[in-house]
Design a protein around this ligand. Sequence first.
Ligand code: ADP
Ligand code: MG
Length: 255
Amino acid sequence: MRIQKHQNAGPGCTGACCLKIEHLGVSIGGDQILNDVGFHLHCGEIVALIGPNGAGKSSLFKAILGQMEYSGSIAFQRAGGNRTRPLIGYVPQSPSFDRGDPVSVLDFFAAAVSDWPAFLPMPQKLRARVLSCLERVHGGALIDKRLGALSGGELQRVLLALALEPLPHILILDEPLSGVDIDGERQLMDMLDEIRRTYDLSILFSTHDFATLGQYADKVVLLKSGVLRVGPPEEVLHSKEFQAVFHLDLGRGGA
Ligand code: ADP
Ligand code: MG
């Protein structure tokens, strides 16, 4: 069902954007971090990037974001054949901040999306804008909470709302499920699924949580310096390459 939607999501879709990565290489200080990486992210697709720590997942994201030099090609194709650089929403891996800081979700969000000075009373219009952004991820109730008091799942929800303002063409999330409990994981993945359906976004995220992939990901890319395997979740999670990397036998019964 999902695949059919993506195939039909051509000229009629609003923010649709495909991403084609070919022969991508990244070196840092003479070390080849990524080598001959290639895969496609189609319009409205959710693609999960998996691989052990140090596999190059975050580096790949930085290359896509234009924050890291690379060789090879990263090509974007938007609806109507537009090949200009799309807007990419990005949720970075475990952002660190002082949990004791008194800053509220509203203050944090307002500082990120406007240049309104924090020492002046906030105009109602700005509060309303932040509220509507949070409501996109059903997070309106979080607006007056202290950022440091949020659960892992709530924090990811706020960061996701921020990555969606302004609405991007592609959404990249680096390990959004780390530090999130099981209920929070499911809520967040349901949220991503809803977002891609509502806005026809293409979503690329990295994770070490393999249990939810079968339900939510259209495609899984197994990365370890290069792409070891790419395909539907069932196929990748039961591949010999997956077993060799993670020393896990998930069995046919359940991943
Ligand atoms: P992953 O996200 O899969 O854990 P990373 O992309 O963070 O992997 O890192 C891949 C490799 O690149 C690791 O060996 C890491 O040590 C190295 N690396 C990443 N960023 C830098 C950097 N700025 N300087 C030096 N080495 C780096
Ligand atoms: Mg990483």
